[in-house]
Design a protein around this ligand. Structure first.
Ligand code: F6P
Length: 539
């Protein structure tokens, strides 16, 4: 079944939300906490090792009730069924969206176009396990019979960001293999990586769903040429493997069929880390940890699929995000993990969220008359506190933020952990309560300085407190955001799983590259012509 096309702003619930917004938009959350001692408990979801407190938001139980009504009017439950059951919900590309099948148990039966995809998924996972085990334990060796020491993932977008983020996030669980990621077509990127590598002990994993992506093919070609300066054509088979749907193109590139890890059309690039695209993860942290990541994601899938809206973590987070985006007109959301391991998490989410929901045409093909996709940004705390928190606390923009923290650190340094977590709690408390003029006066502040030291507070945050950063909890966390993206796209009545917006620039780049190569500039706007001529030294 295709997704319905219902304009959310034409529902009864939306009208009620508008009235409700007018009624509470100037209320201070502080007052709600004072009036309702049960508020924190009422707006906390405890699930597995997740403690999700969303009470520090500018919403009441009525807000949640109205969003529930909205979800019913736009038929969210039907959409969730279509999503999990392999319907062609990526309608503009004519595909199902089945990343959830990649983490389903082996005894599941999930049909895509009438075929159960589970046996094929498990076959590929077995290939991944055998391969990564053999590389890690040294039974598979390089051309000079030395064990591998380094793995280079060559890919871009979803074929880079997911694996790179997970490998970085799970560095604690890493083995002796040193992971590297080459993504940018910038030759300086690939050369900086190559200069650290020994061709005899380096494995290259070329990841490209389509195997037509300019950046990845250019980097793979440069790396293969570099490799061939040190080895023979026959040695390529020992050092280069690929992950792709496009076996013909991979073989044409010179990679043997036995070195290709397949993936499928129904896995979107930005949701593909759960497939063989995660081979670098399996290599860097071992296949068992990769499986735990998948198990965590599957637990979140089950939670999302079965839990009622009000206790459903991804759904509640999506409602809140829509509330700020469409009613408070907040333009961006910050993601602040309190662990350095999640350093790349916001970058990863930028593709997942902005490539998915950065759309302005609704599911009937008309321009939407309301805001969609959020701008996503963030950095780990406490570093970010010393960078951009000033603006969140005292700037003019409303920036809802997710604070992601862990009860236990991985290296077990209690002194650091207590300091880190104190900052995590302190920031959301400060953002909630702010600091009144009276409090500033009471500190003995000079009268002319008083206004600068007042904090309005009333800044919304979600606090996600998770026991520990493990492959499983990371899997849950990533899947949580994936489902949040899905709910937002359904409510906004857009197609979240295509990405036509990245095409135009790619096409023009191909044309311009030809012009640069042939030194023949064709007609462009005056600005682009001048720039091209300047680059070519013509002006
Ligand atoms: O950025 C556009 C995009 O198509 C992404 O969706 C995808 O993750 C990336 O390019 C890489 O594509 P491929 O895996 O086919 O090389």
């Amino acid at each position: 079944m295709a997704l319905n096309s219902i304009n959310p702003t034409q529902t009864k619930a939306w009208d009620k939300l508008k009235d409700h917004f007018e009624a509470i938009k100037d209320d201070h959350m502080k007052t709600w906490f004072e009036q309702n001692p049960g508020r924190a408990d009422e707006f906390t979801i405890k699930w597995d090792d997740f403690y999700v407190d969303f009470s520090k938001n500018r919403m009441t139980s009525e807000t949640m009730q109205l969003f529930k009504e909205l979800a019913e009017e736009i038929k969210l439950k039907d959409a969730v069924s279509s999503y999990f059951e392999g319907d062609t919900i990526n309608q503009t590309e004519g595909r199902a969206v089945m990343h959830t099948a990649l983490r389903a148990p082996e005894n599941s039966k999930i049909l895509v176009d009438g075929v159960n995809v589970i046996p094929e998924i498990y076959k590929v996972k077995a290939l991944m396990k055998n391969f990564s085990d053999a590389i890690i334990n040294g039974t598979k060796k390089g051309f000079s019979n030395k064990a591998f020491t380094d793995v280079v993932n060559i890919g871009i977008g979803g074929s880079d960001l997911g694996p790179a983020m997970v490998v970085d996030s799970l560095a604690f669980y890493g083995n002796h293999l040193k992971p590297h990621f080459v993504s940018n077509v910038d030759g300086d990127h690939v050369n900086e990586v190559l200069k650290t590598l020994n061709p005899e002990t380096t494995l290259f994993v070329i990841v490209s769903k389509t195997f037509t992506t300019q950046e990845t093919l250019s980097n793979a070609t440069t790396i293969r040429d570099w490799f061939l300066k040190h080895a023979t054509q026959d040695d390529v088979a020992k050092h280069f493997v690929a992950v792709s749907t496009n076996t013909a193109k991979v073989e044409a590139f010179g990679i043997e069929a036995s070195n290709i890890f397949p993936m499928w059309d129904w896995v979107g690039g930005r949701f593909s880390l759960w497939s063989a695209v995660g081979l670098s993860i399996s290599l860097a942290v071992g296949h068992d940890n990769f499986e735990s990541l998948l198990e965590g994601a599957h637990k979140m899938d089950t939670h999302f699929r079965e839990e009622e809206f009000e206790t459903n973590i991804p759904t509640v987070l999506a409602f809140l995000s829509i509330w700020y985006n469409n009613f408070f007109e907040a333009e961006s959301e910050a993601i602040i993990p309190y662990t350095q391991y999640l350093n790349q998490f916001a970058t990863y989410l930028q593709q997942a969220i902005m490539e998915s929901n950065g759309k302005s045409i609704d599911r009937s093909g008309n321009e939407v008359g309301y805001d969609t996709g959020n701008l996503i940004w963030g950095e780990p705390g406490t570093n970010s506190q010393h960078a951009f928190f000033q603006l969140i606390h005292q700037g003019t923009k409303l920036i809802p933020a997710d604070f992601i923290g862990f009860t236990k650190s991985l290296h077990g340094n209690k002194d650091h952990q207590d300091k880190l977590i104190s900052n995590y709690f302190a920031q959301t408390e400060a953002l909630l309560n702010g600091k009144t003029k009276d409090e500033v006066v009471a500190e003995g502040t000079a009268p002319e300085i008083i206004p600068f030291k007042v904090f309005a507070g009333n800044k919304p945050t979600n606090t996600l407190l998770i026991n520990q950063l493990t492959p499983e909890s990371l899997g849950k966390l990533i899947a949580m955001y994936e489902h949040k993206i899905f709910v937002q796209g359904v409510v906004w009545n857009i197609y979240s799983f295509d990405q036509f917006g990245v095409e135009l620039g790619k096409q023009l780049a191909t044309k311009i590259l030809h012009e640069i190569n042939t030194s023949s500039i064709t007609k462009h706007d005056a600005s682009t012509s001048n720039l091209l001529n300047h680059y070519l030294g013509n002006n």
